[in-house]
Each structure stands twice: as C-alpha cells, then as structure tokens.
Design a protein around this ligand. Sequence first.
Ligand code: FES
Length: 571
Amino acid sequence: MAELRSAQWYAGTGRDAYIHRAWMRRGLPSDAFSGRPHIAIANTASELTPCNAHLDEVAASVRAGVHEAGGVPLNLPVVSLGETQVRPTAMLWRNLAAMAIEEMLRANPIDGVVLLGGCDKTIPALLMAAASVDLPAVVVPGGPMLTGTFGGTPLGCGTDVWRLSEEVRAGRLSPEEFTRSESAMIRSRGHCNTMGTASTMALLAETLGMVLPGVAGTPAPDSRLLEGAQLTGRLAVELVAADRRPSTVMTRASFYNAVVALAALGGSTNAVVHLLALAGRLGVEFGLDDVDRVGSGVPLLVDLQPAGRFLMEDFHRAGGLRAVLREIRDLLDPSARTVTGAPLVDGLEQAAIWDPEVLRPRSQPLLAEGGIAVLRGNLAPDGALVKPAAASPSLLRHRGRALVFDSVEDFHARIDDPALDVDADTVLVLRGCGPKGYPGMPEVANLPLPPKLLAQGVRDMVRVCDGRMSGTAYGTVVLHVAPEAAAGGPLGLVRTGDVIELDVPARRLHLDVTDEELARREPDPRMQARCAAPTRGWERLYVEHVRQADTGADLDFLVGSSGSAVARESH
Ligand code: FES
C-alpha cells in the first residue's frame, strides 16, 4: 500500500511529528500512528437536527467496524442542518456546511472518511465536501423513521402536515384536532418517512455508488442499520488500501443511473439541484437536460407519498432500492461501480419485490413514464422543473391568467382575502425566492391554495416559482425557474393579468407577452426592495457568489475539486 496521507503528520522523529502524535495519543498505542489508516467519522448528529439525533449510535457501530479492520476511527462532528429548524432555509446553509466539511477533511490528518447524514441537506453537503477533497469516502444514511398513525391513518411526515393544514383552511378539520396530530407525526428516530428529499438523497447516494449496497432506506430504528454501519466501518479501511475515492466511484455513468433511479422512485425535485452541484464538484459532465432526457422514459415503480400511498417503512419491507434497481436493470449503465469496487448492477438478481402494491413490477408500473420534466421558454430561458407524477394530469397543458406575488410575505398577506381576484384557472406566480432573492432558495413553491377555491373543492392549481418545493409536497408546481427574478430573469417582469402557458408534454413555459413589451418592462421595485443585498457574513458571500438553480446553486468558487493536499505545516 502507498504511504498513508496521515503519515505526513505522524511519521518520523522530528518535532512536528512528535507534536502531532503526542496530542493524539491519549491512550492510543504507538502502532496507531504507523501504517493504520485514520478514518474520520464526519457526523452530523445534533439535537437541533432531530432527524440525525441518533447518529452517535450509528457512529459507534462505524467505529467498531473501523477497529475490526485495523483502522483508527476518529469522530468529527460537522455542521448539521435541521430542515425544519434553521432559518431562513436550510438550503442557504448547504454550501456553508459543504465548505466547512471540505476544509476540515482537508485540514486534518485523515486517510478516509465515513459520512453520516440523514436530514435533507446533510447528505448532499457531505457528498459535495467529500467530492472536492476526494479522499476515500463512504456514506451511511441515517434512515427514515417508522410510520406513525393518527386516528388509525398512517401519517406521512411532511406530506400530511401540508394535507392536514389544508383541511383546516378548508374548514374540514378543527385546529384542535390538527394540534392533536402533532405528537403522532414523528413516530421514532430517523428522517421523514415519505419519498421526500432525505429518502431520495439517501437512495441516490447508494445509486451513485457511495453507500454499501442494500443499506440505504433501512429504517433508523432497525438493527440492520447498525450492522450496515459496522460493515461500512470495515469497508472504509479497505477503501483507503484500494485508493477508491469519490472521483473514481461517482462517474458520469453513476449520475446517469441516479437519474434513472430518481424517476423510478418518484423522488424529490430537490435531488436535481443537489446532483447538479455534486457533478460540478466532480467535474462530471452532467446537466439539466440530462435529467429530462435520461429520466423521462423510465417507469415510475414506487407508490410512496407524497404522490402515492405508502411510506419508507413499507418501501424497505417491500424490497427497497435493490428491488427497484433490479426491475430497471436494463436501463442502468452497467459500467458504474460502487464503493465495494463491484458494479452497481452486481447481485441485483438476488433482490426481490415482496409487496407489489408498494413496489410495482416493471410490467405494472404506476406510470409508464416517470421522471422530472425540464421546461424552457421565454419565462425560463435556463430551465425550470415540474414533476408530472406529482401534478394533476388535467393541468399539464394549461393557459391561465397570472396572479403575481412579489414575496412570500406578500403571498401570505393576500392569499386568504375573500376578494382576491382568482379562480381555478389562475396561475399563481411567486418570485423573489431563488438562490439570490430570498436568499437561499426556500421550499415555498407549493403555494397553499386560496381558501375560497378550497371551499369550492379546488385541490390543485398551476403555480410557478423560482424557489424550490418540499420533497414531501405535491401539486402542479413549476419550480427552480432560472434565471430567478432577482438575477434579472423574466419571471421578474410578469404582471398580474398576463397569460402564462404551461405545456409539459412540449416542455414549454411561455409568457404570452411580446419580446418588445418584455424589453420595455422593468422589474417590480417592491420585489427588488425585498431582495436587497445582505451586507455581511455568510449571506453576503452567498448572494455574491451563488450560481443559479440550473447548475446546482453552488458557489462559483466552490465548483470543482481542490484535492486533499495541504503543503504547509502549522508550527
Ligand atoms: Fe429532516 Fe424531513 S425534516 S428529513
């Protein structure tokens, strides 16, 4: 085996090596510093990230595995992001977490890393960091929670919050009953149990090759997760010996497979922005149009909320990711490999579907064509997304009058007004919610419907936004519009009353206004006032450097890889 990276700190008899060893000894035998790989456990456990609070226990199993294989495990607490807790939106902090993790992986005397994440942004941030440092790395996803019930009905966490709150707004559920459901929503440790962003990113991390096959999707309380974590600890030591790094695992073929899986799973639209950012870190040629091209012919096989019926506990019981991949094996690129060194497709024939209601066989898909559609047009020159499987079929081709909101606050101030000039055909437009505008591109695109239309039985409307949508939400929502309004995108020029045309089969999003008229218009000053540039700190750095959604909303100076070399000593 080549000399370990950690030997740059620990080898030799000089003063600096003495300092590095002496401060780390604390009970470690001297052979811990000669020839044994040092494996960081980048741990996003935090009580303020409730979905990841159990990861210390997972880390203990990883430690055991690293020890068994002859490595030295080292706990490395890293920036953690609780999706429901941090303001103004966890997405503002994804790049901060990725940058901080990247720098700490590079700065420390480690040879490899096990990445522990769960809640939405944590696995993307960990993967982006590991990709840029490019040290041997493997992910253990923390796993979804078990299914809670309320009034005898299973609760999809996230999704049912939206559903129940709409029931209250429509007057069909009392506020007291709504509050009573709160304690039933989170049944156990683990992240959201729908096919939201956390579940999607865990399953895509495995599809990308970065998780021990078969581990992603294991519910957080299931003892098999700890078994998988221990085996992953052993594997991390093997990765160092084999010099198997993120850049050797996550190739263009891996991203191709991730898009195929995303479509078959009916995964979150948020995955697109994370995959684009990750590919940018790796220098893999992968763009927005690949998402549509590769995913659009793939059948949707998974009947999970938010668009479907079941939850992640059912998904795992029914056979999990490997069973899904088996069904679509012919659509996968067989050249893609995993952290084990073997092709992703190896051993898929041993996977089986145990519940065809939850995981459909290829012959009986939920939809013949799943995937995420990429729309373009004069309203989204650089692209916008819509998830047809989560939309109403009757709205996939639609023309309607725009009703424009310049900010989330503007929306909340007006949407409940009984005098609001809106009907079921209206297209609700929300802008000022992109990466620069909010800032941070929050999950606000799935706008709640006006109460007066809810009372009429309207359950979906076309909505257009430069922000994101929660992976646990659903509806005919056009999102990630690029360029965003605050970056000069045409969305900033739409006026209430303009006609917007959505044609998903034709991949078109069009504002029925002439080019000449658009060229004459100025962005609304109220929106511009809302999007005033922050003056200090991370927000300032972010707004000055964030790229648009169509390339992953990473910071321009974080794109690419710096590798793991650090030339200078600290003493
Ligand atoms: Fe953490 Fe949903 S809030 S995964």
